[in-house]
Write a protein that binds this ligand. Structure first.
Ligand SMILES: [Zn+2]
Length: 428
């Protein structure tokens, strides 16, 4: 959806709702603003419940400092104004106290976004603003000084974070990605040492020319194709709402007929994906006028190599990714459900996901439905899409339990005999 066509009030409500439901702000904390073409600034009000905010609650602050609306503007308005004055190219700002970024803020560190390849591009360089009194002009100066250095995101000492964007959706993607990096690093540190990609590695990744399939001349959408389309949209939105997928990353595909399939597009926010965004791939050609995910060639190879796989999800949930960015193996012999659904999850090195490689399509089989790609993603496969999604949920829950258990003691896995019993009773 092109959210910039919505009134600033509606854009703000849409995003604050996502931030609140995503556990990224409290009822009282956090504020969002948009600068419009008249230089008016639309901003969340002071002291109104973030869980029930409506478009009519949003305040418009005029150029001369007067404001219109039923409440007072956010008490943090001075720093929003200072950032907009420092950076003409930014039109939206998000400030909040999301838990992982606050952890970084109180140990006075900046998250290293080289933890996954695309985060550096999404977040840009990150600044650090020394502590000042909330709501003060001095805080505005401290933050604006960092934005002047072309940072688009700033960690606020003993406070939280503030990010800017070319529009609000762009700011939200940056905010969400930065918190994801922070969570992944914290989770990784709980079990081991995170491994970061070098700038060269990331440059190589960016240099990967997206494999462009030829276009179909004609496209038709039979009923079974439309049913798949709906199913993909539902699962992608669900994964986004469950924190299993972010705006800027995640690919879902479902086999249609033979080796034809439908797949998510590239570069569109996952959480508001629409039916018409899904791309049909038929006889190795893409639906006219649409650009499929950059991983389309890999999906194609997985389907042609594995006739039993009928759906695929690639994504980056923060607990599984802790295993993806450390050398610690993930042992899913935690509870029967985890082992039955996943058996063992092998890891492959970064780069195995690129389009000319056969490593992943050949590694998948009946006993290996999921693979971790180092510093990149988890790949989950299955028959029906709901089954694949369930596997993804089980995998993320397992990783989460393992990480939560870490301070309590070592994992006591289900033993070999118990595994053999599970195999006999559930898998043969
Ligand atoms: Zn604050």
């Amino acid at each position: 959806m092109n959210t910039t066509l919505l009134h600033p009030r509606e854009q703000i409500i849409m995003i604050i709702d996502r931030i609140y439901k995503g556990g990224l702000t409290t009822t009282s904390g956090g504020n969002i603003s948009i600068r419009d073409e008249n230089n008016d600034i639309w901003v969340t009000p002071s002291a109104v419940d973030k869980g029930t905010l409506r478009p009519s609650d949003i305040i418009c602050v005029k150029n001369d400092g007067t404001f219109e609306g039923p409440h007072k503007p956010s008490s943090e308005f001075p720093f929003h104004k200072a950032i907009f004055e420092a950076r003409r190219d930014l039109t939206a700002i998000i400030h909040a106290h999301p838990p992982a970024l606050v952890s970084f803020s109180i140990v006075r560190q900046i998250p290293n976004t080289n933890i996954i390849p695309q985060a550096k591009f999404v977040c840009g360089s990150i600044g650090y603003a020394p502590y000042e009194l909330p709501g003060s002009e001095a805080l505005g100066e401290s933050i604006a000084k960092e934005f002047v250095k072309k940072h688009n995101a700033v960690i606020m000492e003993n406070h939280g974070t503030v990010v800017g964007g070319s529009d609000l959706k762009n700011a939200y993607e940056r905010f969400e990605t930065l918190e994801f990096c922070a969570r992944t690093i914290l989770n990784a540190k709980t079990i081991g040492e995170p491994r970061f990609l070098t700038d060269q590695f990331i440059a190589d990744f960016e240099a990967q020319i997206p494999y462009q399939l030829p276009e179909q001349a004609e496209v038709s959408h039979p009923s079974d194709e439309r049913a798949i389309r709906k199913n993909i949209v539902k699962i992608v939105r669900r994964a986004s709402d469950q924190g299993l997928m972010r705006s800027t990353y995640g690919t879902v595909s479902v086999r249609w007929r033979n080796n034809d399939f439908l797949i998510t597009p590239t570069n569109l926010s996952r959480w508001d994906i629409q039916l018409e965004d899904i791309v049909q791939i038929k006889d190795g050609k893409r639906e006219k006028g649409k650009i499929p995910s950059r991983a389309v060639k890999l999906h194609e190879r997985i389907y042609s190599e594995n006739p039993n796989i009928n759906s695929i999800i690639f994504t980056q949930p923060p607990y599984l990714m802790a295993y993806g960015v450390t050398d610690v193996p993930i042992d899913v012999r935690t509870i029967p459900e985890s082992w039955i659904f996943l058996q063992d999850i092998p890891k492959v090195s970064f780069g195995s996901q690129f389009f000319d490689k056969d490593i992943i399509p050949k590694k998948l089989n009946k006993n290996i439905p999921a693979i971790l790609i180092e510093n990149d993603s988890i790949l989950v496969t299955g028959d029906a899409l709901l089954q694949t999604f369930d596997r993804l949920e089980v995998a993320e829950f397992s990783a989460r339990s393992l990480i939560m258990a870490k301070p309590m003691g070592e994992l006591n896995p289900i033993n070999d005999k118990q595994i053999e019993d599970l195999r006999k009773n559930f898998l043969s």
